[in-house]
Design a protein around this ligand. Structure first.
Ligand code: CP3
Length: 347
């Protein structure tokens, strides 16, 4: 089978014959075969076994017909290499026994050693590079989102300790952002060297910040990450996560190719706020997938009609898939986006 490069072309704002589709968290618990694997292996067990991690990455490609693969991993994996012990607890998320709370905690963080500590991740990418006929997206968590887990010690709704450190001790906060920025840069560069064809920086929770605080405390590190990686020709995606609509106008100078939108901002409005220089990706509310198929298609159609008005659009959800999603509906949605957009793009 020939290589499907629609996703890469759309990232670059080039013409496509039909829209590329992939879903954040497309490998996951909505799939009974994935749940079966999870009976015997934890998420971290799977990540440490490249053959198995590659197999899980491939599952949604075969079942859903999506146009890109996303590496099966977690945003927390690289922090093991900078000296943080964590676990991913079922139905909770990342948990850290000794959270980062002080200048001394930040000072102790080591530089990342990707080849030494994370060779299993690189091996998974190499296997996938041989097996895939669609592009492989690799990813990292962005510094604010990673910091929120490191500082809170577990998932949080308020980010109270994270914000407290940021506002009370900016010097320590910026040291932490610098160290996590260095970690992300080295990690993503190694992914691309191993065969990744694009990457996404997940800043899932940064929408918790007011735009002026985002600009002051977070954006400089995000800009540095994309600038330092700008020699790489592979497409680069920034996903500022949920409720990030007000942050979009601050992103205009980012050396990224694509910005991921959540469902609260219509595609045309997102493009307007971004100033027109990016491709955009999104943004179906994942919970629309609980509706009957005709309602799902109606919502998808409205998004596609806006998306295809300009080149540089990738169909996705506004956030990750959830365990109750239906594999059959996702398969049907993917087919619908392909067919409907093929017709609309020719019209
Ligand atoms: O998208 C994919 O298919 C690739 C796999 C992937 C995982 N995590 C595997 C995973 C990706 C891209 C991530 C990124 C990730 N991890 C993010 C950013 C994306 C987002 O959703 O905003 C975040 C915030 C995390 C941290 C994290 N890991 C959380 C909040 C949870 C959920 C806890 C739960 O049980 O609901 C995890 C666990 C996790 N990572 C799961 C998966 C498939 C679910 C649990 C499991 O299957 O073991």
């Amino acid at each position: 089978m020939s290589y499907n490069d629609r996703f890469i072309r759309a990232c670059r704002g080039e013409q496509v014959d039909r829209l590329p589709v992939w879903y954040m968290r497309q490998a996951g618990r909505y799939d009974p075969d994935y749940r079966k694997i999870k009976e015997n292996y934890s998420l971290l067990d799977i990540c440490r076994q490249p053959e198995l991690a590659a197999e899980v990455t491939l599952m949604p490609i075969k079942k859903l017909g999506v146009d890109a693969a996303i590496l099966y991993s977690d945003i927390m994996n690289p922090v093991a290499s900078i000296g943080i012990d964590f676990d991913i607890v079922a139905n909770v998320g990342p948990v850290i026994d000794n959270p980062i709370r002080s200048a001394a905690d930040v000072a102790k963080l080591k530089p990342i050693d990707v080849e030494g500590d994370l060779s299993h991740v690189l091996e998974t990418i190499r296997i996938l590079d041989r097996e895939l006929d669609v592009p492989l997206i690799t990813f990292a968590g962005a510094p604010f989102t990673i910091a929120s887990y490191l500082i809170e010690g577990r998932p949080s709704k308020s980010y109270i300790r994270t914000k407290s450190l940021m506002y009370s001790d900016p010097a320590v906060w910026f040291q932490l952002m610098d160290k996590l920025g260095d970690m992300v840069i080295a990690y993503l560069r190694a992914h691309i060297a191993a065969g990744g064809k694009a990457f996404q920086l997940f800043d899932s929770w940064v929408g918790a910040l007011a735009p002026h605080d985002f600009k002051k405390f977070v954006l400089p590190t995000i800009e540095r990450i994309f600038s330092e990686l700008s020699d790489l020709p592979q497409p680069k995606i920034y996903f500022p996560g949920v409720a990030s609509g007000e942050l979009l106008p601050t992103l205009t100078n980012l050396k990224a190719d694509v910005i991921g939108l959540d469902w609260r901002v219509p595609i045309a409005e997102g493009r307007r706020r971004l100033g027109g220089s990016f491709a955009v990706q999104g943004n179906l509310d994942p919970y629309v997938l609980t509706a009957p198929m005709d309602v799902i298609k109606e919502h998808a159609k409205a998004i596609i009609d806006e998306g295809i008005k300009e080149p540089g659009y990738i169909f996705n959800l506004g956030h990750g898939l959830f365990p109750e999603a239906s594999l059959e509906k996702l398969r049907e949605l993917t087919e619908f986006v392909h067919e409907y957009s093929a017709g609309a793009l020719q019209a």
